[in-house]
Each structure stands twice: as C-alpha cells, then as structure tokens.
Design a binder for this molecule. Structure first.
Ligand SMILES: Cc1cc2nc3c(=O)[nH]c(=O)nc-3n(C[C@H](O)[C@H](O)[C@H](O)COP(=O)(O)OP(=O)(O)OC[C@H]3O[C@@H](n4cnc5c(N)ncnc54)[C@H](O)[C@@H]3O)c2cc1C
Length: 410
C-alpha cells in the first residue's frame, strides 16, 4: 500500500493496516510519501492543534499508540460563545480536549509508523499510473509500485489535480481560513484560562472565528468562503473581540512573529468518487469531516482506520470500498446535510441579530445549551443539534428572549 500524505489520516491508515495484517499473520508493505519534514520545524501547520475526543480512544484502542500527553500545551475546558452583544460560557463534559503543536503531533505519529515498519519517503508524489496489476506513484525521488494508493493529501491542490486527471475523484468544496497568533504575556495567559472563545460575527463572509489558548500564546483564526488579511484586521478591531484579547497593543514584544498571517482551508462537502479501483481517499481529501466545524484530526484518523479495515476485510476494488468504507462512514456522511443547514442557519442568525437572543435563551435552557455546545465543539451529530434546538422548550426560550430583547430596544 502506498499512502500519499503523512498527516493524521494517512498515518492512521498505515498503522491500522499494519496492525490488522500482523494480527492476521499476513505480510504487508506500507510506504508513506510525505513532502514536509515535520521534525525539523521548518514547516508550519495552520491547524490550531486541538485534539478532541474520541481521538485518544482511536489512537490507543484501535492503533495501539499512546496518546501524546507529553506534547500537550494545555487542555480545553469549554467554550465561550460570542455574538455581538452577548456571551455564554459552556463547560464541556467528559474528557477535555488537548492542545498540541500540530507539526509535533504529526512528527510523533509518523515516527511511530516508521518504528512499526512503514517505509517513509520524504518527497512529494508528483504523478500516478493505474494499471490492471498495480498502481505506480511517481515521486520526487524513486517511483513506487503497490496494490492500492491511499489519498491522504488533505486539501493539497496539486495532489487533488493529479487524482482528478486520472480518476473520477473531484475534491471537496472548502472554506478558507486566516490564522495568526500572539503572545500576551504569562500573567495574561493565566487569566485567559482554558477556554476557547468562539465568535459568530455579523459579517456573513466570516462564518466563524475562534481564539484558542495554546500554552504561552493565543491562536486566532477566522473562516469563510473568501477570508483574507483585511477580514482578519477587521475582525481584530471588533469591540467584542478586543475585549477578550489582552495586551493586543503589545503584540510583537514577546515574539517578533506575533500577528504574522497564515492561510488554510477546511473542507465542507463530500468529495466525488473518493474511492475507486485501487484508490481510496481519507480525511480532508475525502471531505468526510463535519460540515461546519471541528475535529478534523479526529475525523482524519477515524477515516484512515476505516479505509484500512475495508482493505483488510473486502479488498481494494471500488465495490469493496463502496460496501465497506462508504458504509462505515455513513455516520458522518448522513450528518453532512444537517451540518450544512446549521451553517446557513447560523449565518442568518448572526446577520439578523437573532444569535443574541439564542445565547440569552440558552442561559436558562439546558437543552439549547447542549445544542450550542454540540455544534461548536463538534461533540454531537448535527442531527442531534437540530433536534435539541427545535425542542419546544428551546424554541419557547428563544422566542421569549427575542421578545424581551425587542421590548428593551430603544
Ligand atoms: C486554520 C485551521 C485550524 C484547524 N484547527 C483544527 C483543530 O484545532 N483541531 C482539529 O482536529 N482540526 C483542525 N483543523 C483541521 C485539520 O487540520 C484537518 O482536518 C486535518 O489536518 C486533516 O488531516 P489529513 O490527514 O486529512 O490531512 P493533512 O493534515 O492536511 O495532511 C496531509 C499531508 O499530506 C502531505 N501531502 C500533500 N500532498 C502531498 C504529495 N503530493 N506528496 C507528499 N505529501 C503530500 C502534506 O504535506 C500533509 O502533511 C484545522 C484546519 C484549519 C485550516
């Protein structure tokens, strides 16, 4: 098996296949082709690095890999949700999320794969060839041949184009994101605490934004169909955002890279033909992630494991992936329309000001609070989030809060 991309999806697939083959007493040759050098610190990953449940279970139970507690830069206890006028603090239940530096997490996972026998080729895959007996992956170093290729290349345009040229695969649609960070100082970080501040601003082009504590600094990201540096600057000027960013005027004093901008993307739709004879996509490349927000690393690992199981149990044909891989992912796929609807509803509520009433209402209505927490943390299926949001008690609470707000307005 050849895996194009050594991020969480690709490495999880490699580890699960090697483990499954070892248990069954079968031999297997796994090669991971990865263009970046995570361990040398020369590559940045725009991912904020919040590792959310059930990632620990997936790593430890399904892959036999210790959760990298040693890489932790802190834990996340819950969220503070912000609309223009309101804010609501919701503590998480159960296992907290862990924040890491993504390059360190990727380096750790890739090293485990190497130790368990995967060959890691440090180069980019640049072309492919499918034929009846094998698939050939051309790289910047030697060409590789195998029975099946796993597309674990995230949202890399060149890799998507390579598969689109040769197969019916079509990449998922994506939101763009701008990310920056700054160091407000140790005392300010202590006061900030272990909470992610999530913003749903009224600008419809910024669909969501977050400020995440990460050890000695805060990471700030905004996402939307076409966000750019101007949108980030405008976001940082918003009063409700300034109110949670301590010492922003001192950015750069502790670290010269403060407020440097990076760009990234989130998939928000399913890719077309994300499997076929001798190929299967996992993680972001497949678009099998939650449609609106969150848990990209967890989904990547989960889909990587599921792809390996499909290969072990059913083989490498399009039919095998349809009957095993697609079916295994139906929990995420069936939820995508609910997530898309939630995305649109949130944009409309943020734009119309209704979100203020929703946050006010949620203070006294536990089911609505659970819906908001599920939506923002990625902890609940969007179908469930809709059911909680549309429960009679939730609707009554929002209508009551909206009417009270209107009466109070001048
Ligand atoms: C701003 C931002 C913040 C995020 N924050 C979080 C977060 O806090 N928590 C979370 O769970 N998720 C987060 N995500 C999402 C998360 O980053 C992704 O969902 C996750 O990384 C997907 O994993 P993957 O393995 O599918 O792809 P990736 O992690 O993108 O890995 C793909 C790998 O393939 C390699 N590659 C690509 N093409 C080639 C090629 N041709 N040859 C060789 N190698 C190749 C790349 O170098 C890369 O290492 C965030 C995303 C963004 C944009």
């Amino acid at each position: 098996m050849i895996v194009v991309g050594g991020g969480p999806g690709g490495v999880a697939c490699a580890l699960a296949l090697m483990r499954g083959c070892a248990e069954a007493g079968r031999g297997v040759r796994v090669t991971i082709v990865e263009g970046k050098r995570f361990s040398e610190g020369e590559h940045y990953n725009q991912c904020v690095g919040v590792l959310s449940p059930p990632l620990q279970d997936l790593l430890e139970r399904d892959l036999g890999v210790a959760f990298p507690d040693h890489l932790s830069r802190g834990e996340i206890r819950g969220y503070v949700l912000h609309s223009v006028r309101e804010q609501l603090r919701i503590a998480g239940e159960g296992v907290p999320s862990t924040v890491v530096r993504r390059v360190q997490f990727d380096a750790y996972m890739l090293e485990v794969a190497r130790q368990r026998g995967a060959q890691v080729v440090s180069a980019r895959a640049v072309d492919l060839e499918f034929n009846a007996r094998e698939v050939v992956v051309y790289t910047e170093s030697a060409p590789l041949a195998g029975d099946v290729v796993v597309g674990a290349f995230g949202l890399d345009d060149g890799s998507a184009a390579m598969f689109e040229r040769l197969t019916a695969y079509r990449r998922p649609r994506a939101l763009s994101s701008v990310v920056t960070k700054y160091h407000p100082g140790q005392l300010a970080m202590q006061a900030f605490g272990s909470w992610i501040h999530a913003f749903l601003p009224p600008d419809p082009r910024v669909e969501f934004a977050a400020v995440t504590p990460k050890g000695n600094h805060l990471t700030i990201n905004i996402a939307g169909k076409a966000v750019d540096s101007g949108k980030m600057r405008a976001f940082l000027r918003r009063p409700e955002v300034r109110a949670v960013l301590p010492n922003l005027e001192k950015a750069g004093e502790y670290d010269p890279n403060d407020l440097r901008l990076y760009k990234g993307r989130f998939p928000y739709s399913l890719a077309r033909a994300y499997f076929g004879d001798r190929y299967v996509m996992v993680g972001d490349a497949a678009g099998i992630v939650r449609a609106f927000k969150g848990k990209g690393v967890t989904s990547a690992v989960q889909t990587g494991i599921r792809a390996a199981r499909a290969i072990l149990e059913a083989g490498i044909s399009a039919q095998a992936f349809r009957s095993h891989y697609r079916r295994a992912n139906m929990d995420i796929i069936r939820d995508l329309p609910y997530g898309r609807a939630m995305r649109l509803a949130t944009i409309l509520m943020a734009r119309s000001g209704l979100l203020d009433a929703v946050l006010r209402a949620a203070r006294g209505e536990p089911r609505l609070q659970a819906a908001l927490y599920g939506a923002v943390s990625g902890g609940a299926a969007y179908g469930q989030v809709w059911r909680d949001s549309l429960a009679p008690a939730s609707v009554r609470a929002v209508l009551g809060a909206a009417l009270t707000g209107r009466r109070r307005a001048p």
